[in-house]
Design a protein around this ligand. Structure first.
Ligand code: SF4
Length: 389
Protein backbone atom coordinates (compact mmCIF):
# COMPACT_ATOMS: atom_id res chain seq x y z
CA UNK A 1 0.00 0.00 0.00
CA UNK A 2 1.58 3.31 -1.02
CA UNK A 3 2.03 5.70 1.85
CA UNK A 4 2.03 9.07 0.09
CA UNK A 5 -0.94 11.10 -1.08
CA UNK A 6 -1.14 11.63 -4.80
CA UNK A 7 -2.46 14.29 -7.14
CA UNK A 8 -3.66 13.41 -10.61
CA UNK A 9 -1.54 15.97 -12.48
CA UNK A 10 1.80 15.52 -14.34
CA UNK A 11 4.00 12.64 -13.32
CA UNK A 12 6.96 12.55 -10.99
CA UNK A 13 10.28 11.01 -12.06
CA UNK A 14 12.54 8.94 -9.82
CA UNK A 15 16.23 8.34 -10.41
CA UNK A 16 18.11 5.68 -8.42
CA UNK A 17 21.89 5.68 -8.64
CA UNK A 18 23.66 2.31 -8.46
CA UNK A 19 27.35 3.20 -8.18
CA UNK A 20 28.99 -0.17 -8.81
CA UNK A 21 30.82 -1.41 -11.89
CA UNK A 22 32.84 -4.53 -12.57
CA UNK A 23 35.79 -2.41 -13.64
CA UNK A 24 36.37 1.31 -14.11
CA UNK A 25 36.38 2.42 -17.78
CA UNK A 26 39.40 4.45 -18.87
CA UNK A 27 37.40 7.64 -19.58
CA UNK A 28 35.00 7.54 -16.64
CA UNK A 29 34.77 10.08 -13.85
CA UNK A 30 31.22 9.19 -12.72
CA UNK A 31 30.38 8.22 -9.15
CA UNK A 32 31.11 4.54 -9.53
CA UNK A 33 33.27 1.96 -7.80
CA UNK A 34 34.65 -1.33 -9.00
CA UNK A 35 35.62 -4.52 -7.16
CA UNK A 36 33.33 -3.97 -4.17
CA UNK A 37 32.34 -6.83 -1.89
CA UNK A 38 28.74 -7.99 -1.58
CA UNK A 39 28.77 -6.67 2.00
CA UNK A 40 29.53 -3.13 0.77
CA UNK A 41 26.85 -3.42 -1.91
CA UNK A 42 24.32 -4.69 0.65
CA UNK A 43 25.12 -1.78 2.97
CA UNK A 44 24.67 0.63 0.09
CA UNK A 45 21.22 -0.71 -0.78
CA UNK A 46 20.25 -0.57 2.90
CA UNK A 47 21.21 3.13 2.83
CA UNK A 48 19.41 3.72 -0.46
CA UNK A 49 16.25 2.13 0.93
CA UNK A 50 16.55 4.16 4.10
CA UNK A 51 16.76 7.34 2.00
CA UNK A 52 13.58 6.38 0.12
CA UNK A 53 11.75 5.59 3.39
CA UNK A 54 13.00 8.79 4.96
CA UNK A 55 11.61 10.80 2.06
CA UNK A 56 8.30 9.03 2.53
CA UNK A 57 8.18 9.81 6.26
CA UNK A 58 9.20 13.45 5.80
CA UNK A 59 6.56 13.98 3.11
CA UNK A 60 3.67 12.19 4.76
CA UNK A 61 0.62 14.33 4.20
CA UNK A 62 2.08 16.12 1.14
CA UNK A 63 0.24 15.68 -2.11
CA UNK A 64 2.63 14.21 -4.66
CA UNK A 65 2.14 13.50 -8.34
CA UNK A 66 2.01 9.80 -9.24
CA UNK A 67 5.32 8.48 -10.54
CA UNK A 68 5.47 7.97 -14.29
CA UNK A 69 9.19 7.34 -14.81
CA UNK A 70 11.80 5.41 -12.84
CA UNK A 71 15.40 5.21 -13.96
CA UNK A 72 18.09 2.93 -12.55
CA UNK A 73 21.37 4.50 -13.63
CA UNK A 74 24.97 4.19 -12.64
CA UNK A 75 27.50 2.90 -12.43
CA UNK A 76 26.22 -0.36 -13.79
CA UNK A 77 22.87 -1.35 -12.25
CA UNK A 78 23.04 -4.67 -14.11
CA UNK A 79 26.30 -5.52 -12.30
CA UNK A 80 24.65 -6.00 -8.90
CA UNK A 81 22.61 -8.96 -7.69
CA UNK A 82 19.16 -8.72 -9.27
CA UNK A 83 17.56 -9.08 -5.82
CA UNK A 84 18.73 -5.55 -4.93
CA UNK A 85 16.92 -4.10 -7.93
CA UNK A 86 13.78 -6.15 -7.20
CA UNK A 87 13.78 -5.03 -3.57
CA UNK A 88 14.21 -1.38 -4.57
CA UNK A 89 11.30 -1.57 -6.99
CA UNK A 90 9.13 -3.24 -4.37
CA UNK A 91 9.94 -0.47 -1.95
CA UNK A 92 9.22 2.25 -4.52
CA UNK A 93 5.85 0.59 -5.16
CA UNK A 94 5.15 0.54 -1.46
CA UNK A 95 6.02 4.21 -0.96
CA UNK A 96 4.85 5.88 -4.18
CA UNK A 97 1.84 5.65 -6.41
CA UNK A 98 3.36 4.38 -9.66
CA UNK A 99 1.30 4.76 -12.81
CA UNK A 100 0.44 1.57 -14.71
CA UNK A 101 2.10 2.89 -17.85
CA UNK A 102 5.20 4.24 -16.08
CA UNK A 103 8.44 4.05 -18.06
CA UNK A 104 10.85 2.00 -15.94
CA UNK A 105 14.41 1.90 -17.29
CA UNK A 106 17.54 0.09 -16.26
CA UNK A 107 21.02 0.75 -17.61
CA UNK A 108 22.72 -2.43 -18.73
CA UNK A 109 26.34 -3.15 -19.44
CA UNK A 110 26.40 -6.03 -21.95
CA UNK A 111 29.08 -7.99 -20.07
CA UNK A 112 26.91 -8.23 -16.97
CA UNK A 113 23.53 -9.48 -18.24
CA UNK A 114 22.33 -13.05 -17.72
CA UNK A 115 19.13 -14.89 -18.71
CA UNK A 116 18.00 -14.82 -15.08
CA UNK A 117 18.58 -11.08 -14.71
CA UNK A 118 16.81 -10.19 -17.97
CA UNK A 119 13.76 -12.27 -17.04
CA UNK A 120 13.57 -10.99 -13.50
CA UNK A 121 13.92 -7.34 -14.56
CA UNK A 122 10.94 -7.84 -16.85
CA UNK A 123 8.96 -9.61 -14.15
CA UNK A 124 9.73 -6.82 -11.67
CA UNK A 125 8.11 -4.30 -14.03
CA UNK A 126 11.12 -2.88 -15.84
CA UNK A 127 10.01 -2.18 -19.39
CA UNK A 128 12.92 -0.29 -20.94
CA UNK A 129 16.62 -1.17 -21.16
CA UNK A 130 19.42 1.25 -21.91
CA UNK A 131 22.39 -0.74 -23.17
CA UNK A 132 25.89 0.76 -23.11
CA UNK A 133 27.53 -0.54 -26.27
CA UNK A 134 29.68 2.54 -27.13
CA UNK A 135 31.35 0.96 -30.19
CA UNK A 136 30.97 -2.17 -32.28
CA UNK A 137 34.72 -2.75 -32.72
CA UNK A 138 36.53 -4.75 -30.06
CA UNK A 139 39.71 -2.70 -30.48
CA UNK A 140 37.77 0.46 -29.49
CA UNK A 141 36.08 -1.30 -26.56
CA UNK A 142 39.55 -2.26 -25.35
CA UNK A 143 40.83 1.31 -25.60
CA UNK A 144 37.78 2.50 -23.66
CA UNK A 145 38.43 -0.15 -21.01
CA UNK A 146 34.91 -1.56 -21.32
CA UNK A 147 34.35 -4.95 -19.70
CA UNK A 148 32.40 -6.25 -22.67
CA UNK A 149 33.07 -7.30 -26.24
CA UNK A 150 30.98 -7.15 -29.40
CA UNK A 151 30.01 -10.79 -28.74
CA UNK A 152 28.72 -9.82 -25.27
CA UNK A 153 26.54 -7.12 -26.82
CA UNK A 154 25.05 -9.61 -29.30
CA UNK A 155 24.33 -12.00 -26.44
CA UNK A 156 22.77 -9.26 -24.30
CA UNK A 157 20.47 -8.28 -27.16
CA UNK A 158 19.32 -11.90 -27.50
CA UNK A 159 18.68 -12.16 -23.77
CA UNK A 160 16.66 -8.95 -23.71
CA UNK A 161 14.53 -10.05 -26.66
CA UNK A 162 14.00 -13.51 -25.16
CA UNK A 163 12.88 -11.88 -21.91
CA UNK A 164 10.33 -9.80 -23.84
CA UNK A 165 12.01 -6.39 -23.98
CA UNK A 166 11.04 -4.49 -27.11
CA UNK A 167 11.75 -0.97 -25.84
CA UNK A 168 15.46 -0.42 -25.57
CA UNK A 169 18.06 2.22 -26.16
CA UNK A 170 21.69 1.75 -27.18
CA UNK A 171 24.50 4.17 -26.25
CA UNK A 172 27.21 4.80 -28.80
CA UNK A 173 30.17 7.16 -28.72
CA UNK A 174 31.99 9.24 -31.32
CA UNK A 175 35.30 11.05 -31.21
CA UNK A 176 37.17 8.05 -29.75
CA UNK A 177 40.92 7.60 -30.06
CA UNK A 178 41.67 5.63 -33.21
CA UNK A 179 38.02 5.76 -34.35
CA UNK A 180 37.29 6.44 -38.03
CA UNK A 181 34.05 7.49 -39.65
CA UNK A 182 33.75 3.96 -41.11
CA UNK A 183 33.81 2.55 -37.56
CA UNK A 184 30.93 4.81 -36.53
CA UNK A 185 28.90 3.78 -39.56
CA UNK A 186 29.63 0.11 -38.99
CA UNK A 187 28.47 0.51 -35.38
CA UNK A 188 25.19 2.11 -36.43
CA UNK A 189 24.51 -0.41 -39.18
CA UNK A 190 25.08 -3.26 -36.75
CA UNK A 191 22.98 -1.74 -33.97
CA UNK A 192 20.03 -0.88 -36.16
CA UNK A 193 19.56 -4.57 -37.00
CA UNK A 194 18.45 -5.15 -33.41
CA UNK A 195 15.58 -2.65 -33.85
CA UNK A 196 16.27 -0.30 -30.93
CA UNK A 197 13.60 2.30 -30.23
CA UNK A 198 16.20 4.83 -29.07
CA UNK A 199 19.87 5.64 -29.51
CA UNK A 200 22.04 8.01 -27.52
CA UNK A 201 25.17 9.23 -29.25
CA UNK A 202 27.76 10.97 -27.09
CA UNK A 203 31.04 12.60 -28.00
CA UNK A 204 33.91 11.49 -25.82
CA UNK A 205 34.74 14.14 -23.25
CA UNK A 206 38.19 13.87 -21.75
CA UNK A 207 37.89 14.27 -17.99
CA UNK A 208 41.14 15.30 -16.38
CA UNK A 209 42.69 12.72 -14.09
CA UNK A 210 41.25 9.75 -15.97
CA UNK A 211 43.66 7.24 -17.57
CA UNK A 212 42.29 8.21 -20.98
CA UNK A 213 43.11 11.89 -20.44
CA UNK A 214 46.63 10.94 -19.30
CA UNK A 215 47.21 8.74 -22.36
CA UNK A 216 46.09 11.53 -24.68
CA UNK A 217 48.17 14.14 -22.85
CA UNK A 218 51.28 11.96 -23.00
CA UNK A 219 50.76 11.30 -26.72
CA UNK A 220 50.08 7.57 -26.35
CA UNK A 221 46.63 8.03 -27.86
CA UNK A 222 45.37 10.55 -30.37
CA UNK A 223 41.83 11.83 -30.63
CA UNK A 224 40.13 12.61 -33.94
CA UNK A 225 40.31 16.38 -34.51
CA UNK A 226 37.26 18.56 -33.99
CA UNK A 227 36.27 18.52 -37.68
CA UNK A 228 36.42 14.72 -37.79
CA UNK A 229 34.40 14.48 -34.59
CA UNK A 230 31.73 16.83 -36.02
CA UNK A 231 31.71 14.87 -39.27
CA UNK A 232 30.96 11.74 -37.23
CA UNK A 233 28.16 13.54 -35.39
CA UNK A 234 26.53 14.68 -38.62
CA UNK A 235 26.97 11.27 -40.24
CA UNK A 236 25.09 9.74 -37.26
CA UNK A 237 22.37 12.36 -37.67
CA UNK A 238 22.00 11.71 -41.42
CA UNK A 239 22.02 7.92 -41.09
CA UNK A 240 19.49 7.78 -38.27
CA UNK A 241 17.19 10.30 -39.95
CA UNK A 242 17.24 8.13 -43.04
CA UNK A 243 16.28 5.17 -40.86
CA UNK A 244 13.24 7.03 -39.56
CA UNK A 245 14.63 8.17 -36.19
CA UNK A 246 13.89 11.60 -34.79
CA UNK A 247 16.86 13.58 -33.54
CA UNK A 248 15.01 15.08 -30.59
CA UNK A 249 17.82 16.21 -28.28
CA UNK A 250 21.48 17.01 -28.92
CA UNK A 251 22.60 13.45 -28.11
CA UNK A 252 19.32 11.53 -28.42
CA UNK A 253 17.47 9.86 -31.29
CA UNK A 254 14.25 7.87 -31.14
CA UNK A 255 11.55 6.16 -33.12
CA UNK A 256 8.46 8.42 -33.06
CA UNK A 257 6.82 8.17 -29.63
CA UNK A 258 9.90 6.66 -27.95
CA UNK A 259 11.60 9.71 -26.47
CA UNK A 260 13.12 8.93 -23.07
CA UNK A 261 10.22 10.21 -20.96
CA UNK A 262 12.51 10.30 -17.95
CA UNK A 263 15.25 12.40 -19.56
CA UNK A 264 12.72 14.81 -21.03
CA UNK A 265 11.83 15.74 -17.43
CA UNK A 266 15.37 17.03 -16.91
CA UNK A 267 15.06 19.38 -19.89
CA UNK A 268 11.56 20.60 -19.03
CA UNK A 269 12.18 21.41 -15.38
CA UNK A 270 9.66 18.83 -14.24
CA UNK A 271 10.12 17.63 -10.65
CA UNK A 272 12.09 14.45 -10.13
CA UNK A 273 13.60 12.78 -7.11
CA UNK A 274 17.16 11.47 -7.09
CA UNK A 275 18.03 8.72 -4.61
CA UNK A 276 21.47 7.28 -4.02
CA UNK A 277 25.08 8.32 -4.05
CA UNK A 278 25.69 11.63 -5.81
CA UNK A 279 22.09 11.66 -7.12
CA UNK A 280 20.47 14.99 -7.94
CA UNK A 281 16.85 15.97 -7.69
CA UNK A 282 14.53 18.88 -8.35
CA UNK A 283 11.59 19.06 -6.00
CA UNK A 284 9.39 21.85 -4.63
CA UNK A 285 11.30 24.34 -6.81
CA UNK A 286 14.59 23.37 -5.16
CA UNK A 287 17.57 21.51 -6.54
CA UNK A 288 19.51 19.16 -4.30
CA UNK A 289 22.49 16.87 -4.61
CA UNK A 290 23.50 13.89 -2.49
CA UNK A 291 26.90 13.18 -0.98
CA UNK A 292 29.40 11.76 -3.46
CA UNK A 293 31.34 9.84 -0.80
CA UNK A 294 30.21 6.24 -0.52
CA UNK A 295 31.15 5.88 3.12
CA UNK A 296 29.67 9.24 4.08
CA UNK A 297 26.43 8.54 2.20
CA UNK A 298 25.95 5.23 4.02
CA UNK A 299 26.97 6.58 7.43
CA UNK A 300 24.66 9.59 7.19
CA UNK A 301 21.69 7.37 6.48
CA UNK A 302 22.68 4.90 9.16
CA UNK A 303 22.54 7.82 11.59
CA UNK A 304 19.13 8.77 10.15
CA UNK A 305 20.54 11.98 8.66
CA UNK A 306 19.91 13.38 5.21
CA UNK A 307 22.63 12.82 2.59
CA UNK A 308 21.32 15.78 0.56
CA UNK A 309 22.51 19.34 0.26
CA UNK A 310 19.68 21.60 -0.82
CA UNK A 311 20.27 24.67 -2.93
CA UNK A 312 18.19 27.74 -2.11
CA UNK A 313 14.78 27.68 -3.83
CA UNK A 314 15.19 28.99 -7.36
CA UNK A 315 14.05 32.52 -8.04
CA UNK A 316 11.68 33.02 -11.00
CA UNK A 317 14.63 34.50 -12.94
CA UNK A 318 16.77 31.42 -12.27
CA UNK A 319 13.90 29.19 -13.34
CA UNK A 320 13.59 31.13 -16.58
CA UNK A 321 17.31 30.75 -17.28
CA UNK A 322 17.21 27.02 -16.60
CA UNK A 323 14.11 26.63 -18.74
CA UNK A 324 16.00 28.24 -21.62
CA UNK A 325 19.33 26.47 -21.44
CA UNK A 326 17.88 23.07 -20.65
CA UNK A 327 14.95 23.42 -23.07
CA UNK A 328 17.17 24.42 -25.98
CA UNK A 329 18.84 21.02 -25.78
CA UNK A 330 15.62 19.71 -27.34
CA UNK A 331 15.94 20.10 -31.09
CA UNK A 332 12.22 20.87 -31.34
CA UNK A 333 13.10 24.03 -29.42
CA UNK A 334 11.01 26.05 -26.97
CA UNK A 335 7.57 27.36 -27.84
CA UNK A 336 6.99 30.95 -26.87
CA UNK A 337 3.47 29.98 -25.72
CA UNK A 338 4.85 27.38 -23.32
CA UNK A 339 7.25 29.89 -21.81
CA UNK A 340 4.41 32.43 -21.45
CA UNK A 341 2.17 29.83 -19.82
CA UNK A 342 4.85 29.07 -17.25
CA UNK A 343 6.26 32.53 -16.57
CA UNK A 344 3.56 34.96 -17.67
CA UNK A 345 5.70 36.70 -20.31
CA UNK A 346 7.54 35.98 -23.54
CA UNK A 347 11.18 34.90 -23.41
CA UNK A 348 11.91 37.99 -25.46
CA UNK A 349 11.18 40.13 -22.39
CA UNK A 350 14.04 38.93 -20.17
CA UNK A 351 16.29 37.52 -22.90
CA UNK A 352 15.53 39.61 -26.03
CA UNK A 353 19.11 40.85 -26.47
CA UNK A 354 20.74 37.48 -25.81
CA UNK A 355 18.35 35.72 -28.19
CA UNK A 356 18.89 38.33 -30.89
CA UNK A 357 22.67 38.02 -30.69
CA UNK A 358 22.43 34.20 -30.94
CA UNK A 359 20.12 34.53 -33.96
CA UNK A 360 22.59 36.96 -35.58
CA UNK A 361 25.38 34.45 -34.93
CA UNK A 362 23.23 31.79 -36.70
CA UNK A 363 23.15 29.66 -33.57
CA UNK A 364 19.41 30.00 -32.95
CA UNK A 365 16.47 30.39 -35.30
CA UNK A 366 13.04 31.89 -34.54
CA UNK A 367 10.09 30.90 -36.75
CA UNK A 368 7.47 33.14 -35.18
CA UNK A 369 6.44 30.72 -32.44
CA UNK A 370 9.39 28.44 -31.65
CA UNK A 371 13.00 29.20 -30.82
CA UNK A 372 15.48 26.44 -31.61
CA UNK A 373 19.08 25.55 -32.33
CA UNK A 374 20.32 25.76 -35.90
CA UNK A 375 22.62 22.97 -37.13
CA UNK A 376 25.49 25.36 -36.36
CA UNK A 377 23.97 25.86 -32.90
CA UNK A 378 24.22 22.09 -32.34
CA UNK A 379 27.95 22.28 -33.08
CA UNK A 380 28.37 25.15 -30.62
CA UNK A 381 25.68 24.12 -28.14
CA UNK A 382 27.69 25.09 -25.08
CA UNK A 383 28.09 28.64 -26.36
CA UNK A 384 24.29 28.88 -26.64
CA UNK A 385 23.55 27.35 -23.24
CA UNK A 386 26.17 29.45 -21.45
CA UNK A 387 24.58 32.63 -22.83
CA UNK A 388 21.57 31.98 -20.53
CA UNK A 389 23.52 31.07 -17.39
S1 SF4 B 1 30.38 1.30 -16.96
FE1 SF4 B 1 29.82 3.48 -17.02
S2 SF4 B 1 29.86 4.16 -14.88
FE2 SF4 B 1 30.96 2.18 -14.98
S3 SF4 B 1 33.08 2.73 -15.18
FE3 SF4 B 1 32.29 2.43 -17.27
S4 SF4 B 1 31.59 4.47 -17.93
FE4 SF4 B 1 31.89 4.54 -15.71
Amino acid sequence: MNTLKVDSGGGLGIYCHIPFCLKKCAYCDFSSFSHQTEAVIRDYFAALHKEIRKFSEENKGSILPAVDTIYFGGGTPSAVDVRHIEATLLLLNEVFQIKDDAEITIEINPGTLTTDKARRYKKAGINRASVGLQAWQDFLLKILGRVHSQADFKKAMELLKEAGFSNFSVDVMVGLPGQKLEDVMETLQAVIKYAPTHLSCYSLILESGTPMANWVESGQLELPDEDEEREMHWAVDAFLNEQGFLHYEISSFCRPGYESRHNVKYWELVPYLGFGLGAHGYFNGQRYGNSNELNEYCQLLKADKSPSIFEPAMTPEEQMREWMFLGLRKLGGIREDDFCARFGESYFVPFGEVIQSLITARLLVWDGSVLKLTPRGQDFGNQVFMAFV
